[in-house]
Design a protein around this ligand. Structure first.
Ligand SMILES: *[C@@H]1O[C@H](CO)[C@@H](O)[C@H](O)[C@H]1NC(C)=O
Ligand SMILES: *[C@@H]1O[C@H](CO)[C@@H](O)[C@H](O)[C@H]1NC(C)=O
Length: 517
């Protein structure tokens, strides 16, 4: 028995010179994604029935501890390297392959980890001789969704994009309104301690740009992308009081479709053709020349764009076609909450202020709508003003998959726990409940908030409905029932009012009057 083992171990050495089996592998390295499965092709050409031979897949210097070991017509775990137990199998190099009968000894590896990167030897031996070949597996690791931040730099905006956790180095593509790629002003790659790559890039843009996106990818079609609407930001920025420069310096903003949320795919912003953007098209004329050069690339993308079936057209008029009358659910609400008999107005009672002297937002005052969504698109509007009061400062508007919420712990109110919302309080201003939380320099006197839910696309968009401005879109994956979620906050004169469909036109008229008054 011992002799047999020795012979097996020394087999390649002993049989040197009789390397007669024509083993072939892929010319290029095979790429496998972290956590997924991959097939390493290996076959005999000309083909030969190898089902009664011995097959071994092994890592360099680990002949005796194979990744996969096949003999006596079956795969055996006898000598197998422990880390490959239950993770390796013989596979077909193409679906129509007849496997071992035609000399196909390809290897499938599951649940790939970073240690799987490198060389694999594919070895087959029988009475007629042996043969082997080496193939390389590269493990692809997708990094985090890019984080976009915007700074004002003289009359320009410096938009920077950063992301970590990539292997190999990702490619970066900056795009603007019309999906036209442009060159960044700077691009730096660095390696983090975990050997994975970080990327940081920035672009200096004129405020005439609209939505700008930064897309990172190793293979095209598998992007991580974030978008920032710099027009909105510039419009919403507060001018400096001393008049030096247009904007308060360092009013840095990270405004992004928070792709890092649960199981998120790609947000191909370019597919998001908006009437709003088209209206801004004239501002683009100055960049016409540049664009013409890139026409071809653009045309290629057109096809992609057109494939999109949109029920979302981010202009308020179009969104209103999806309007839904939301009725507040008055059961299960906290005694500090008042809901009117029509169930379209919610506010804090006087007792709320007495019970809430501490800092922080009163999340427990939240109420849901009785409406729930499991598909399609829905739009509703929430008014933050009332006649002769200032707009509310303390409020929360969004959706949740929980049917009611009475807890006050902010950590329980994250996208991964089924909450997506925009929240405003004195302390942090207007912010999104992403992880981490992101602040928006939104005009604090926001009067009507439009909420657009596209269930299938996994998008929740917020609008300044009075000004027809898209604020931002959260990208996620909805599962199960989603219900509207509101919180009137504490201490404002104005309540939080749902604009009923019938009253939409009316209330907008009223807002316009207020504005002109
Ligand atoms: C492999 O799978 C079998 C059957 O599912 C299981 O009993 C065994 O514990 C697994 N071994 C390892 C090392 O994961
Ligand atoms: C833009 O911002 C990035 C990162 O914040 C910085 O490295 C770069 O120097 C800035 N560019 C300009 C022109 O200010």
């Amino acid at each position: 028995m011992l002799t047999l083992a020795v012979i097996v171990l020394l087999w390649p050495q002993l049989t040197q010179g009789s390397d007669s089996l024509p083993v072939k592998v892929a010319n290029a390295a095979v790429i496998g994604k972290l956590g997924s499965s991959v097939v390493l092709p290996c076959w005999l050409d000309p083909s030969l029935d190898i089902s009664n031979m011995e097959i071994r897949w092994y890592r360099p210097h680990k002949f005796g501890k194979p990744v996969l070991f096949y003999r006596d017509h079956k795969v055996t775990t006898d000598l197998q390297e422990e880390s490959y137990i239950n993770r390796s199998a013989l596979a077909l190099r193409e679906p129509q392959s007849a496997g071992l009968k035609v000399g196909d000894l390809s290897l499938r590896l599951d649940n790939l980890n970073t240690d799987d990167g490198g060389i694999f030897h594919c070895f087959v031996s029988g009475v007629s001789g042996y043969g082997s070949a080496a193939t390389t597996l590269n493990i692809l690791v997708q990094g985090s969704s890019p984080v976009l931040s915007v700074q004002f730099k003289d009359d320009f905006l410096n938009v920077s994009c950063s992301s970590c956790g990539w292997q190999p180095q990702p490619r970066i593509e900056w795009k603007s309104n019309r999906n036209t790629p442009f060159r960044p002003g700077g691009l730096v790659y660095s390696q983090a301690e975990n050997k994975l790559t970080c990327v940081q890039s920035w672009a200096l843009l004129s405020p005439s740009f609209h939505e700008v996106s930064c897309s990172l990818f190793i293979t095209k079609g598998d992007e991580r992308e974030s978008t920032v609407d710099i027009q909105t930001i510039s419009r919403l920025m507060v001018p400096a009081e001393d008049g030096s420069g247009f904007w308060k310096a360092l009013f840095a903003v990270a405004l992004l479709a928070a792709l890092a949320m649960i199981g998120v795919g790609v947000f191909l912003y370019g597919k998001y053709k908006t009437g709003y953007m088209q209206a801004k098209a004239d501002e683009e004329d100055q960049r016409k020349d540049e664009e013409d050069q890139r026409k071809d690339e653009e045309d290629q993308r057109k096809d992609e764009e057109d494939q999109l079936t949109v029920c979302s057209k981010p202009s308020i008029t179009d969104l209103r076609k999806h309007a839904v009358n939301i009725t507040l659910n008055s059961s299960n609400v906290y005694p500090d909450v008042f809901i009117n008999s029509n169930r379209n107005v919610v506010r804090d009672r006087a007792s709320a202020a007495e019970n809430n002297k501490g800092p922080g937002f009163p999340y427990y005052l939240s109420v849901c709508g009785i409406n729930s969504f499991t598909s399609g698109c829905a739009y509703w509007e929430v008014k933050l003003t009332a006649p002769s009061t200032k707009p509310k400062k303390s409020w929360l508007i969004g959706v949740t998959k929980a049917s009611h919420y009475l807890n006050n712990d902010k950590n329980d109110l994250t996208p991964s726990k089924g909450f997506w919302f925009l929240c405003s309080d004195e302390e942090t201003g207007i912010h999104i409940n992403t992880e981490p939380e992101i602040s928006l320099p939104v005009n604090p006197s926001l009067e009507v908030v439009g909420v657009f839910l596209d269930y299938e696309k996994g998008e929740l968009s917020f609008y300044n409905a009075k000004k027809d401005v898209h604020l931002f879109t959260m990208k996620t994956k909805f599962q199960g029932e989603i219900v509207p979620f509101f919180n009137p906050g504490i201490g404002d004169k104005a309540p939080l009012t749902i604009n009923l469909i019938e009253s939409i036109t009316e209330s907008r008229g009223e807002s316009a009057e207020n504005a002109s008054a």
